[in-house]
Unconditional design. Structure first.
Length: 295
């Protein structure tokens, strides 16, 4: 996760507090008056939202490890221009490749000392190169990339359903209360928590549904937010540019992104730290006295 996670904490608080207020002040009334299934459905949606949110936030999005000193030297010797005394310049900014017959350019990351794979990008917030980089989402406190995009999309869809469901149930609660009391204003006074929940859901549902709809378009097209904003696969000057990653159909793209296999993480978390694991420039020189990284 990124260092600044205040917005992520606010997301968790909003979802949890709104749902808890709904379970305390609205569900008992709706359970008796309408159906016992109402709190059960709300509880299931709440669990799906929280699981997908935490999965997106704490999962490795597809971070590409930085080059070691040996790997960095290899790139410079292989692709860099030699100077005097066997000192090499940094490699060129791009490297031409082909993906499914479509010519692409791999960009060199001067921070990570690697040629980024296709669709990868360097996140300035997390300071890492991420595979199939979509965007950095402050609401989840993490990058959205190759490994956690499906959970991010499911989080948006489930949160949209939860907001609409809670808003509809709260309105039904207030309407039933108004029939028992003299007016709708009396119902609001009898259940002020319901009015607060309705206001939060009303102002939240539009942005959440809009974001879920936008990412539904991206999923069916097998695009990323980064590619859509930059117009990577948009036709230019009459040229025919085809997205080489598209399966060719809406169903195929959805199955590939949502139901495809979870790719393994490239981060070796369980290995012990050794001086050979030190990267070319991100951490600096190793302190030789105690063999620890400098602060």
């Amino acid at each position: 996760m990124s260092q600044n996670n205040c917005v992520f904490v606010m997301t968790v608080v909003l979802v949890v507090v709104t749902s808890v207020l709904f379970f305390i002040f609205d569900c008992p009334f709706l359970f008796k008056e309408l159906s016992p299934a109402i709190p059960a459905i709300a509880g299931w949606l709440f669990l799906v939202v929280m699981v997908t949110l935490l999965k997106t936030a704490f999962m490795d999005p597809g971070i590409i490890p930085r080059a070691t000193i040996e790997e960095s030297n290899y790139f410079e010797k292989t692709y860099g221009a030699p100077q005097e005394k066997e000192v090499y310049r940094p490699p060129p900014r791009t490297l031409d490749v082909e993906v499914n017959g479509q010519p692409l350019q791999l960009k060199y990351c001067f921070t990570c000392k690697i040629f980024r794979p296709p669709r990868a990008s360097h996140c300035s917030m997390c300071d890492n190169c991420v595979e199939r980089f979509d965007h950095h989402c402050p609401w989840v406190g993490n990058c959205v990339g190759k490994r956690n995009y499906r959970y991010f999309y499911l989080f948006l869809v489930s949160l949209s359903l939860l907001c609409v469901y809670i808003f509809a149930c709260v309105i039904a609660h207030l309407v039933l209360l108004s029939k028992k009391s003299s007016s709708f204003l009396d119902a609001l006074q009898d259940s002020p928590a319901s009015a607060l929940i309705a206001v939060v859901c009303f102002f939240s549902v539009w942005s959440v549904i809009g974001l879920a709809g936008f990412h539904t378009y991206l999923v069916t097209s097998n695009l990323t937010t980064n590619e859509d904003i930059k117009g990577t696969w948009a036709a230019r000057r009459g040229e025919s540019i085809v997205n080489p990653y598209s399966a060719g159909s809406l169903t195929g793209n959805c199955m590939d992104i949502i139901c495809g296999p979870v790719h393994p993480s490239l981060i070796r978390r369980r290995e012990f730290y050794t001086p050979e694991c030190e990267t070319a420039d991100s951490y600096g020189a190793i302190n030789k006295e105690d063999n620890t990284l400098p602060h």
